[in-house]
Design a protein around this ligand. Structure first.
Ligand code: NDP
Length: 278
């Protein structure tokens, strides 16, 4: 098969050189026998539409979209999945002729990692989500569909958490508050969806938030335990996880949207973990 007839896929972002998506999707393609190419593409701010048009003309079939282009992708998609509409963001574009379908796979990614890979149960549990940015918006619906007893969102800018609680209240029991208002509450699962760990910071969380046998999940991943995971262990969390599995699981969902084949994820997570810690 010549290079020009092979279906092309890519992740777009700015910056993008750090992206692990090419190695994840190349592993999926090898595993499932799909003949595709997948590259990381640095796109200039304000040039996403031009890039997507050219990419589509050059046999581009699908894109993953990362910071800061999730909103651009949402706007240029010609159709949107229901979950992308509710999340207000798109991380996956599927190009089929003139139709560009937008979807978001972050929520499925988190749920698959938390519930399948780490065997955590959300139903009837008390869940705290910290942060109120794009990633959190994408995971609220699938979390609430698991019927937790209660879901609380806490954020530095409280109004953003309140807006999210309002937007998702039809899906279940969801409330918003400031960090200091969490004092005296306990949770079974605490999910860090802030970007504080990226700068080595920890949101100002009160002590004693973890219920017995509770779990802490940081959407960020790193070679060693993130500041949030370290804090959670000190606070008595029984299990701490980072977001590497979420990254691979959201990629698997994108791959399924494009190729209708569901790759096995465990071996890919293990290989990435090995590379990360080397
Ligand atoms: P956004 O920029 O949309 O949101 C950032 C959030 O973090 C806001 O709620 C912001 O609060 C909060 N925040 C930032 N710095 C601090 C701080 N020092 N103290 C307290 N709160 C802080 O980012 P995203 O939602 O896109 O991403 C959030 C995280 O999720 C990132 O670490 C990202 O890497 C990770 N992620 C992981 C994925 C995976 O597959 N593993 C997928 C997607 C995201 P405020 O509103 O007050 O500004």
């Amino acid at each position: 098969m010549s290079e020009t007839t092979i279906d092309r896929y890519a992740v777009i972002g700015n910056p993008i050189s750090h992206s692990k998506s090419p190695s994840i999707h190349q592993a999926f393609a090898q595993q499932t026998g799909e003949s595709i190419t997948y590259t990381a593409e640095l796109v200039e701010i304000g040039k996403v539409k031009d890039f997507v048009e050219t990419f589509a003309q050059q046999n581009g079939k699908g894109l993953n979209v990362t910071v800061p282009f999730k909103q651009d992708a949402f706007e240029l998609a010609t159709t949107l999945s229901e979950r992308a509409q509710r999340a207000g963001a798109v991380n996956t574009l599927h190009i089929q002729g003139d139709v560009i379908s937008g979807d978001t796979t972050d929520g499925v990614g988190l749920l698959n990692d938390l519930c399948k890979n780490h065997q955590q149960i959300i139903t009837n549990k008390r869940i705290l989500v910290i942060g109120a940015g794009g990633a959190v918006r994408g995971v609220l619906e699938p979390l609430l569909l698991q019927s937790p007893e209660q879901l609380v969102i806490a954020n530095r800018t409280v109004s953003k958490a309140q807006q999210l609680a309002e937007d998702f209240k039809s899906f279940g029991n969801i409330n918003a508050c400031a960090y200091d208002e969490l004092s005296g509450m306990t949770f079974d699962i605490i999910i860090n969806g802030t970007s504080a760990s990226l700068s080595g910071e920890l949101p100002p969380l009160p002590e004693k938030l973890f219920h017995q046998n509770a779990c802490a999940y940081d959407m960020m991943y790193a070679a060693k335990a993130t500041p949030f995971m370290q804090w959670a262990s000190q606070q008595g969390a029984a299990h701490t996880y980072d977001g590497l599995g979420m990254l691979v699981e959201q990629a698997a969902e994108s791959f399924f949207i494009w190729r209708k084949k569901r790759p096995e994820t465990q071996s890919v997570i293990e290989e990435l973990r090995k590379q990360l810690t080397q």
